[in-house]
Design a protein around this ligand. Structure first.
Ligand SMILES: Cc1ncc(COP(=O)(O)O)c(C=O)c1O
Length: 392
């Protein structure tokens, strides 16, 4: 008898952190005080100016489908943002408003991946992207990377890996889980190499804006021939609104349009109207003050983890994560995360959620909670480590 489940469902791993989150919720229901450092979304609320724009639209009751590629005025604002932020001119016809970066990546892959195509990416990396490739029956080729390359791919690694089946390369900078950036010159070389090989370059720029003391270039500074994936989720504080965008190379515009019509019809209309206010000067000022707060938290957490004996050989310059090596304390970071949650009530994400390369030696700490709570979590971590030492 035919299986009712599609084979691809068995290729896709669940998030281990969801199990942890479930347990954290149970403990909270029992009255335990849980500190959440596993969560990959800003703790700040959506900025008021964006909420107000959404409310104004909602009150009109006029929430019909928009064009599949998005509201023309929002696509224009996104194009203007590239001009002011990166000094890059982007034709708004190449911009597709999508349901989050997730929708953007789905659209990019739907337009470019054939069964058997290989897409090269770093290990560790954000797991959904490689799972999306499997959905399209492509193969995610994950290359182990470490602090020597800032946990990013290099042109050399890509060149060595390139085969006749290689369709493209995905780079996420800043990266989730490591928060590290690719060096601009290396980034340029990677894009040029992929273009020379006739492949597709996918640049996941979802953590742009959340970069501390450095410039994170967009792939479009080096080439028009790249898929750029971005979102209102992280820097703009709009995770639950499910809105992002995709910029496609010119020769993909027609295909992306057709696919967007069929897959999404359109991105949620209310979210698009709200996002129109996201680029207002006043909002950008608010987001900059949030960014400054994230930078302070990053420094605090980084120093605290080092003091406790964790190794962080590449200091993260962006996102809101620190990927720390915990080999000194455990051979199994998943077990460590579970026991730490039970004993001290702090939730963190085990490395296994981001790949397999030295995953059992790493933990991801998200600084998506206040400095006060991070300080409390570090005290609990010290206590946990000391208790284990004494046991052991
Ligand atoms: C690297 C990376 N890309 C894409 C996404 C998807 O984001 P969204 O669909 O909310 O825009 C995330 C979410 O955590 C992420 O970390």
């Amino acid at each position: 008898m035919l299986s009712r489940l599609a084979n691809r469902t068995s290729d896709i791993a669940p998030f281990f952190v969801m199990e942890l989150l479930g347990r954290a919720k149970q403990l909270e229901m029992q009255g335990r005080d849980i500190i959440h450092m596993e969560i990959g979304e800003p703790d700040f609320a959506t900025p008021q100016i964006v909420v107000d724009a959404g409310i104004r639209r909602l009150q009109t009751g006029d929430i019909k489908y928009t064009p599949a590629a998005g509201l023309p005025e929002l696509r224009q604002k996104i194009a203007d943002y590239y001009q002011t932020r990166y000094a890059v001119t982007v034709d708004k016809g190449r911009i597709f408003v999508t349901p989050g970066a997730s929708g953007a990546f789905l659209l990019a892959l739907a337009a470019s991946v054939n069964p058997g195509d290989e897409i090269v990416m770093a290990d560790p990396c954000y797991p959904c992207n490689s799972n999306f490739i499997k959905l399209f029956e492509g193969k995610a080729i994950t290359l182990p990377v470490d602090a020597t390359t800032n946990y990013q791919l290099t042109a050399e690694l890509i060149k060595r890996q390139w085969t006749p089946s290689t369709k493209g390369v995905l780079i996420a900078s800043p990266s989730n889980p490591t928060g590290t950036l690719i060096e601009p010159d290396e980034f340029k070389q990677c894009i040029e190499l992929v273009n020379e090989c006739g492949g597709c370059f996918y640049s996941d720029e979802i953590y742009h804006g959340l970069v501390y003391g450095k410039h994170a270039p967009t792939a479009l500074e080096y080439s028009d021939n790249a898929f750029v994936i971005n979102s209102f989720s992280k820097y703009f504080g709009m995770t639950g609104w499910r809105i992002g965008w995709l910029i496609v190379p010119y020769d993909f515009v027609e295909a992306a349009e057709k696919l967007a019509q069929n897959i999404f019809i359109a991105t949620p209309t209310l979210s698009q109207y709200a996002a129109l206010a996201a680029f207002d000067e006043q909002n950008l000022e608010e987001l900059e003050s949030r960014r400054a707060e994230f930078a302070v938290r990053r420094d605090f957490l980084y120093n605290a983890l080092l003091q406790l004996g964790f190794e962080i050989p590449a200091k993260p310059d962006g996102a809101f994560y620190i990927y720390a090596n915990c080999a000194k304390f455990t051979k199994d970071s998943y077990e460590f995360a579970l026991e730490f949650l039970e004993a001290e009530g702090v939730a963190i994400t085990p490395g296994i959620d981001f790949g397999s390369f030295k995953a059992n030696e790493h933990l991801r700490f998200a600084y998506t909670t206040s400095i006060g709570r991070i300080a409390e979590a570090m005290q609990r971590l010290e206590q946990f480590i000391n208790k284990n030492k004494n046991k052991g």
